[in-house]
Design a binder for this molecule. Structure first.
Ligand code: ATP
Length: 289
């Protein structure tokens, strides 16, 4: 039995000038972590901002756990149900981890001081930052700052978590640590994770959406995205000019992605190969506005 979707969206469209940042986007998000992949300018941040009710769509509609943000009451309810980690969280560097998260909790209408402080301690504990809660943010590493932003998004235990490129700029160890936290956050709630890291998607997402030029090009499981490249990745001793992408690996041979020649030495595809080929299938021209 499939659970009811947390988010149901249909026909979301938003233009900046003549450029469609979102173009007729329909989707359903369920419990677990859904990765949102797409090249720069694909519309990922715009989609997250629309779902976070930070900006209204020009057309289309969506609900979060049945609430419609098209009405003032619905919008208020949706805001209570979601946590949002924006691309640039905008910390005041002189705030401590605790005062920043407490400030966000006040904005989230947690008015009872004692209960709010308990909640702030809970979310800082959840991201393993209890030890530095009194430290000023300017003295903390990038990874710790991202964990503070995640803690702030977790205030009130939201059913929907929107994360905009949270692992950008983190070193591999911090990224792995953050992956653990996202996977944990995705247990029992719905997470939409915008990222450029195909590895993050392969490692922790239940589903993946590929967005380009404001349109959804693919929606499915990471295994299904990887399968798009089955039989389309091969090894050769020379760069294959017919390949969509071709590079020399550490082994000295070339790894090619595209349409292989007859009898090619096929390799196992990765999610990144599938992603590349899905992007390649995109029509070159955008529909006239
Ligand atoms: N406030 C704005 N005003 C004008 N154009 C905008 C605005 N925000 C986004 N855009 C445009 O909308 C399109 C989608 O941008 P968006 O930031 O959503 O993409 P993205 O997939 O998040 O990109 P990135 O991976 O680089 O963060 C781009 O063409 C961008 O230039």
């Amino acid at each position: 039995m499939t659970t009811a979707p947390t988010v149901s969206a249909s026909g979301l469209t938003l233009r900046y000038g003549g450029t469609p940042a979102l173009d007729d986007v329909s989707l359903r998000l369920r419990e677990g972590v859904t990765g949102l992949l797409g090249p720069n300018g694909a519309g990922k941040t715009t989609l997250l901002r629309v779902l976070a009710t930070a900006v209204p769509a020009d057309r289309g509609a969506f609900t979060v756990l049945g609430h419609d943000p098209g009405t003032a009451a619905g919008r208020q309810e949706v805001r209570r149900l979601l946590g949002y980690l924006p691309q640039n969280p905008g910390f005041h560097p002189d705030f401590t981890a605790f005062t920043f998260v407490d400030y966000v909790a006040i904005l989230k209408e947690l008015t009872d001081r004692a209960a709010r402080h308990r909640e702030v301690r809970r979310v800082l504990e959840a991201v393993d930052l209890s030890d530095v809660r009194g430290t000023r943010i300017k003295r903390l590493s990038g990874g710790m700052r991202q964990r503070i932003a995640l803690a702030a998004a977790l205030i009130g235990d939201p059913g929907l978590l929107l994360l905009d490129e949270p692992t950008v700029g983190l070193d591999p160890e911090q990224r792995m640590r953050f992956r653990e936290l996202i996977a944990h956050a995705g247990e029992g709630r719905t997470v939409l994770l915008s990222t450029h890291q195909t590895e993050d998607v392969a490692m922790l997402c239940h589903r993946v959406i590929v967005l380009a030029r404001g349109r959804i090009l693919f929606e499915g499981t990471p295994a299904e995205l990887t399968a798009r490249a089955a039989g389309r990745v091969w090894s050769s001793t020379e760069r294959d000019p017919a390949a969509r992408a071709s590079w020399r690996t550490g082994l000295g041979t070339f790894r090619n992605v595209g349409e292989p020649p007859e009898g090619a030495d096929l390799l196992d595809p990765t999610l990144e190969d599938g992603y590349l080929l899905v992007l390649d299938s995109e029509p070159a021209e955008v529909a006239p506005v």
